[in-house]
Write a protein that binds this ligand. Structure first.
Ligand SMILES: Cc1cc2nc3c(=O)[nH]c(=O)nc-3n(C[C@H](O)[C@H](O)[C@H](O)COP(=O)(O)OP(=O)(O)OC[C@H]3O[C@@H](n4cnc5c(N)ncnc54)[C@H](O)[C@@H]3O)c2cc1C
Length: 396
């Protein structure tokens, strides 16, 4: 009888759990081990901001109950991987033990990126990526009166929204001239920004932070606020840094696994080392990176299935951008219509009072992109019409 495969998965968030699912579907007998650094059952990371003003809801964010793992015969073990030794087919853990594998899936995701701004290491400056961060932040929020959120991307916006709901004076500082500058055009962003401000949140766009200031000059004194390049100083009891993420892959040093900013894989999610796969935020298949939950799930399923002997491939479709924050919604896909190239036409409507913005972009009469703020009820219809002529939308 052939020996059982031993599939070890490092990291058990959405990519890791999906890899385990994919592996089990492919091989009913394999021994599948999910290694997790976090002391919690895997949870919906994208919802952790809810914990900031309602810490008691943390258990409701669990992805699956313990029985789900038992039913799929997935073993879970808490531990931090500190090294990968392909020659010995094993990973090393921080407690000095090793786990052997016949194939390995690396799903170690991201951590918050902290820019090298003077004073950023002061106490009172926080980041938010893990449940543990959210629970700690909830306590700090409960005893604070004001917060500065550095970074106006999705995570920063969500955190700011929940801090405001907890009653804090909230300021978002964004370096770009617009909020959601990568997703929206000027009109859409301005409307969204007014929505944020209507909730009592102060927004500073185009603002460059020179330093995090302290209660006194000592570098270890608690953060008091930030100094901006235009000379202004803004004060707050606490600061949240949310300007992006970097991959968790320091433990790969010396393993021979090829990395750039992330782990390089092919579209089967295999690294340059046979039998070692990567998926989710830590992976970069064919040079692409999305940093999105559904993409991590898809890649995890593919990597897990292939680690168990399957032949799955990750389809590189650029997903739509959909967010539901600040009591409004934003849906964006494809071309933003910023160019005035020949053949372009735009269909734009703005309803300032209701906070609705709708922009359709056509190239040579074919729908090549759309942008919806406020009312996203047309999302599915527009998605289906992408790549089709204008007529496909008429009367739909
Ligand atoms: C507040 C917030 C809101 C978000 N909102 C959205 C959204 O609306 N839509 C969307 O698509 N995406 C959103 N995202 C992004 C989405 O959550 C990520 O793309 C997704 O979680 C990536 O999943 P992953 O499994 O690759 O990695 P991660 O979720 O980062 O998990 C990696 C896991 O690996 C563990 N790990 C790391 N190193 C080791 C090690 N050495 N040993 C053992 N374990 C290790 C970590 O502790 C962690 O548990 C949001 C993220 C956050 C934080």
């Amino acid at each position: 009888m052939a020996e059982k495969q031993r599939i070890v998965i490092v990291g058990s968030s959405i990519a890791g759990v999906s890899a385990a699912e994919g592996a089990r579907k492919q091989d009913a007998e394999a021994d599948i081990l999910l290694l997790s650094q976090e002391p919690f059952l895997p949870y919906y990371r994208l919802r952790i901001c809810e914990v900031l003003d309602h810490p008691e809801t943390a258990p409701q964010l669990t992805l699956h109950p313990p029985e789900w793992y038992d039913d799929l015969r997935l073993r879970r073990l808490q531990g931090t991987v500190t090294g990968v030794e392909p020659a010995a087919s094993r990973v090393r853990l921080a407690d000095g033990t090793c786990q052997e594998y016949s194939s390995l899936v690396i799903c170690t995701g991201s951590q918050s990126f902290v820019p090298p701004i003077p004073g950023i290491q002061r106490p009172g400056v926080h980041t938010l990526w893990l449940m543990q961060n959210a629970l700690e932040l909830a306590k700090v929020i409960a005893r604070s009166r004001s917060i500065i959120v550095i970074g106006g991307g999705l995570l920063g916006l969500e955190a700011a929204y929940h801090a405001r709901r907890a009653g804090l004076q909230t300021t978002i500082i964004e370096k770009a001239p617009l909020l959601l500058a990568n997703q929206l055009d000027e009109a859409g962003s301005a409307l969204f920004c007014r929505r944020v401000q209507s909730l009592g949140i102060r927004v500073e766009t185009g603002a460059d932070i020179l330093a995090v200031t302290g209660r006194d000059d000592a570098p270890e004194s608690p953060a008091r606020g930030v100094r901006l390049a235009d000379g202004r100083c803004l004060e707050a009891d606490m600061i949240l840094v949310s300007i992006g993420v970097k991959a968790n892959m320091g433990f790969l040093e010396g393993s021979g696994i090829r990395t750039e900013r992330r782990i390089l894989t092919d579209t089967c999610m295999q690294t340059n080392v046979p039998g070692i796969y990567a998926a989710g935020d830590v992976a970069q298949p064919d040079g692409y990176w999305f940093g999105l939950w559904p993409v991590s799930r898809q890649q995890g399923l593919v990597a897990g299935s292939n680690a168990a002997g399957g032949k799955a491939e990750f389809a590189m479709n650029i997903p739509p951008y959909m967010i539901n924050t600040m009591e409004t919604r934003v849906a964006v896909q494809g071309d933003k219509g910023l160019s005035e190239a020949p053949g372009y036409s735009l269909d734009i409507s703005l309803d300032e009072e209701r906070g609705h913005y709708r922009k359709l972009v056509y190239r040579n009469g074919i729908l090549s992109g759309f942008m919806l703020v406020g009312d996203t009820s047309e999302f599915v219809k527009l998605q289906q019409a992408m790549g089709k002529p204008t007529a496909s939308l008429v009367g739909a």
